[in-house]
Design a protein around this ligand. Structure first.
Ligand SMILES: Cc1cc2nc3c(=O)[nH]c(=O)nc-3n(C[C@H](O)[C@H](O)[C@H](O)COP(=O)(O)OP(=O)(O)OC[C@H]3O[C@@H](n4cnc5c(N)ncnc54)[C@H](O)[C@@H]3O)c2cc1C
Length: 430
């Protein structure tokens, strides 16, 4: 069997390589950056370990949990989530929909009334906006669900489909919401009530510990792909000929790198919408600046949709006596952004929310721009991705991973996708 070429050494590419190697299939990984890990990598700057936005390990599958524990063993810390939402100048425990007790009386009443009314109504659900109104009612929609999601997705919620909401958004019943209004919490909500994080070194420890041997070629990106000749032109001018090409680069970018793509494919590519995230990391010269793991910000006057505190995930990611914070801002990719101005605005907002004190000193500041951060589940996504994948598969290109499959998925999903694509390679190669 010929060598399998893999584009990208993020978790999906690493998992594919690992599962192929287990079956003695030779593969070679080409990675655009100078290190492995993709979105799950970490950087060390001025004594702080910085992740590409908050990256916490949570598991749906016992066997993936066992696999990760096998890799990281005692270096994993287990945390009970301590997250909140900053709303009406206070911290409301996450999830908002079952913590109405913490809100001002009038807002609590609106949310409760709206929830009850929605349960009594018949809804036709065509999109995410309709789903929010049905599942949560007018009040929770107005004060949290709609503004938060508009901030995150930067997209009309009427044009967002539903194939991602069930796993990611907690859906309480009436009893839960009433309990939440009374301050009673008797069960856990969401996909990450507990999560894991490396004891030292940031989330980057996870991809680094992946048992993949052999050649990984760094600073080598696929620039042009010739489907007729089965060739990839790399940034260093080298041309590789592939029998099967397994790509984890963003599907959108992959299509744009094809030589002479048909017109319909370029039109389809325009339907692959996404948002970028600017993740601004701060080091502050005071310990325990924030008591939470992370906080959501639905209100329009704060530029970030979420901030987090990595030094609460592991004390070792920030020097003694300091705190590390990250602030995530969702941006439309086709706009120019003034990162310095955004950073100033974010710091001002932290001060207004009394998270930063006037005397606090910022000892480290490092913005990271994630160009492809969240793919938008617009109404065209599902059919468009299927059509593009079918075309690529006919030319022996298999596109997978968070951006190759064009999905909203986790690190655990990336490991699983690597495994299932290894099985696919074994099957197609006979
Ligand atoms: C803001 C944010 C927060 C997140 N938080 C969490 C979390 O808390 N928990 C969780 O489980 N998941 C989280 N995720 C999701 C998680 O990061 C991903 O699911 C996972 O890391 C995806 O791995 P991947 O290998 O599919 O993609 P990537 O990590 O993007 O890897 C793709 C690789 O391909 C390389 N590449 C790109 N183009 C080329 C090219 N032309 N040639 C060669 N190489 C190329 C890239 O450099 C990269 O290394 C989060 C994601 C985001 C955006």
């Amino acid at each position: 069997m010929k060598k399998v070429f893999i584009l990208g050494a993020g978790l999906s590419g690493l998992s594919l390589a690992y599962h192929l190697q287990k079956r003695k299939i030779v593969c070679q990984i080409f990675e655009r950056e100078k290190e492995i890990g993709g979105l799950a990598s970490s950087k060390q700057i001025s004594g702080f370990y910085l992740d590409h936005a908050g990256h916490l390990l949570h598991f749906k599958h016992k066997r993936i949990f066992s696999f990760v524990k096998g890799l990281l063993g005692n270096s994993l810390i287990k945390h009970k989530r301590n997250a909140s939402i900053y709303s009406f100048r206070r911290f409301v425990p996450y999830p908002f929909q079952v913590s109405l007790f913490a809100l001002p009386q009038k807002i609590k009443e609106d949310c409760l009334k709206g929830f009850i009314e929605a349960k009594e109504k018949n809804f036709v659900i065509n999109n995410f906006q309709d789903w929010i109104m049905k599942e949560f009612g007018k009040g929770i929609a107005r004060y949290f669900m709609v503004p938060y999601n508009q901030k995150l997705w930067q997209h009309d919620l009427h044009d967002i489909a539903l194939d991602w909401v069930n796993w990611s958004i907690p859906k309480p019943d009436l009893e839960d919401v009433i309990n939440g209004a009374l301050g009673i919490k008797n069960r856990q909500f969401g996909y990450n009530p507990v999560f894991f994080y490396p004891r030292e070194g940031g989330i980057g420890l996870f991809p680094e510990s992946f048992p993949v041997s052999g050649k990984r070629l760094f600073n080598q990106s696929a620039e042009k792909i010739d489907l007729k000749k089965h060739c990839v032109l790399l940034n260093n001018g080298e041309v590789i000929r592939y029998r099967w090409l397994l790509s984890t680069m963003p599907l959108h970018r992959l299509v744009l790198s094809l030589k002479d793509p048909p017109g319909w494919l370029l039109s389809a590519c325009k339907k692959l919408e996404y948002v970028s995230v600017l993740n601004i990391n701060l080091g502050i010269d005071r310990p325990d600046v924030l008591p939470f793991h992370w906080v959501y910000f639905p209100e329009e006057d704060k530029p970030f949709y979420r901030i987090g505190c990595p030094s609460n995930f592991s004390r070792t990611v920030a020097p003694k006596g300091t705190t590390s914070l990250f602030m995530e801002i969702s941006l439309k990719p086709d706009q120019n952004h003034d990162i310095a101005a955004l950073t100033r605005e974010c710091i001002e907002s932290l001060k207004k929310c009394k998270i930063l004190r006037p005397e606090d000193k910022i000892v480290s500041m490092y913005p990271i721009l994630l160009e492809y951060a969240y793919v938008i589940y617009n109404s065209a996504r599902s059919a468009t991705v299927k059509k593009i994948h079918a075309y690529l598969n006919r030319h022996h290109i298999y596109s997978f991973g968070r951006y190759g499959s064009w999905i909203y998925s986790s690190m655990e999903d990336a490991v699983l996708e690597g495994k299932s694509n290894a099985e696919r390679v074994i099957q197609i190669s006979g």
